[in-house]
Design a protein around this ligand. Structure first.
Ligand SMILES: C=C(CC[C@@H](C)[C@H]1CC[C@H]2C3=CC[C@H]4[C@H](C)[C@@H](O)CC[C@]4(C)[C@H]3CC[C@]12C)C(C)C
Ligand SMILES: C[S@@+](CC[C@H](N)C(=O)[O-])C[C@H]1O[C@@H](n2cnc3c(N)ncnc32)[C@H](O)[C@@H]1O
Length: 364
């Protein structure tokens, strides 16, 4: 073969490979967020690496982030930075619902996710015309599933403006924008009047609050008397041993890689809820058998992680993705290992469910 023909063939194969990785394989979970669309929220291209460094130096020592008041006050701003860094990677590699769910035999991840979300609507006894609050709504995967399942209206709040725009765009696309509204704000001090919601829920979001009392107190305030609140909490279980180095490593790894100011213990949740005035109607770790493991979705994707990592590196090299994306992706990969370890050892659950009620006659 002539040299020129060989060069053209090699170039053709190269272009085809890049196309395959970026356009075909790159759209990992949900078509619509492709690898070439990876931005870093509202962070400008040249600032991504700096923001990642700032994030990492803040959350490197998880316990310290929540224990001093000055540091706890900074948590929402760093959580916002975290979601600027990860939102597109989450959507690209996981989908529009940023949470786990128990695996369901013979059903896809997407179906298992929907079932886990619809359970919230059923626990809340949500009805057409009800006004529900989604505390920490992400890009609105759960909000759309719950509004569609129960025909209720949902208002979501997230600290991250980029997520607000993504969620609104998804709501419009799904034809649910008349029933799903998204507000940018801090759930530790919400821009809603007292007693303005029939029900409320939070899915894997309140773990970002330095003090659970503060967010539960706000939910209590905005709920109508008699209103129900369901929360899926990230907690350590009774199997966690604070003197076991392997346990410490897994839990610290989860906290660092998920912008958490220190995980709470499972047995703290109900007492905090009671402290702010709620009645505790139900409390259950939804990850316990007969539920099938939630972490298999993380484990089974090793080949996908390798492929994604390559895609991210190629896109950074081609300057399509900003510098720093590869580091963020690597951090998430490590976080996935810690989460898997937490699940396998049973020391951690992301789905400790509590069903709470604001008393019908306000006692507070
Ligand atoms: C509730 C929270 C987020 C939970 C999960 C949605 C995310 C936790 C870890 C994330 C991921 C880890 C590995 C990534 C992988 C390397 C990449 O190629 C594709 C995306 C991941 C799978 C990513 C997806 C979302 C998570 C599973 C926290 C923040 C409170
Ligand atoms: C892991 S995501 C879960 C999102 C959504 N519940 C879901 O399951 O798809 C956590 C969410 O909590 C939000 N959040 C964290 N701290 C917040 C705060 N102080 N105020 C408002 N939202 C916050 C984040 O912006 C993000 O949307």
């Amino acid at each position: 073969m002539e040299a020129a023909t060989m060069a053209w063939t090699a170039a053709g194969v190269g272009v085809a490979l890049v196309y395959w990785f970026v356009w075909v394989m790159g759209a990992a979970e949900v078509k619509g967020k492709r690898a070439v669309d990876l931005k870093m929220g509202s962070i400008t291209h040249d600032k991504v690496k700096d923001k990642y460094t700032q994030y990492w130096s803040f959350f490197r020592r998880p316990k310290e982030t929540a224990t001093t008041e000055a540091s706890a006050e900074k948590v929402p701003a760093f959580v916002d930075t975290f979601y600027n860094l990860v939102t597109d990677i989450y959507e690209w590699g996981w989908g529009q619902s940023f949470h786990f769910s128990p695996s369901l035999p013979g059903r896809s991840h997407r179906e298992a996710t929907r079932v886990h979300e619809e359970r919230v609507a059923d626990l809340l006894q949500a009805k057409p015309g009800h006004r529900l609050l989604d505390v920490g709504c992400g890009v609105g995967g759960p909000m759309r599933a719950i509004a569609a399942h129960s025909r209720s209206n949902v208002v979501g709040i997230t600290i991250n403006e980029y997520q607000v725009n993504r969620a609104r765009a998804h709501n419009r696309k799904a034809g649910l924008d008349s029933r799903c509204e998204v507000v940018c704000g801090n759930f530790l001090s919400m821009p809603f009047p007292n007693s303005s919601f029939d029900g409320a829920y939070s899915i894997e979001a309140t773990c970002h609050a330095p003090r659970l009392q503060d967010v539960y107190g706000e939910v209590f305030r905005v709920l109508k008397p008699g209103g129900l609140y369901v929360s899926y909490e990230w907690v350590t279980t009774s199997l966690y041993r604070a003197d076991d180095p392997e346990h410490i490593e897994a839990i610290h790894g989860i906290e660092r890689g998920d912008a958490l100011p220190g995980l709470r213990r499972q047995d703290e949740i109900a007492s905090i809820a009671k402290e702010v005035g709620f009645e505790v109607l139900k409390e259950l770790d939804l990850a316990l058998p007969p539920a099938l493991p939630w972490w298999t979705r993380l484990k089974m994707g090793r080949i996908a992680y390798w492929r994604n990592s390559l895609v991210v590196r190629v896109l950074t090299m081609l300057r399509i993705a900003p510098k720093g994306v590869a580091e963020v992706h690597e951090m998430l990969y490590e976080t996935a290992q810690h989460l898997t370890r937490g699940g396998e050892t049973g020391i951690f659950t992301p789905m400790h469910m509590v069903l709470l009620r604001k008393p019908a006659a306000e006692s507070k």
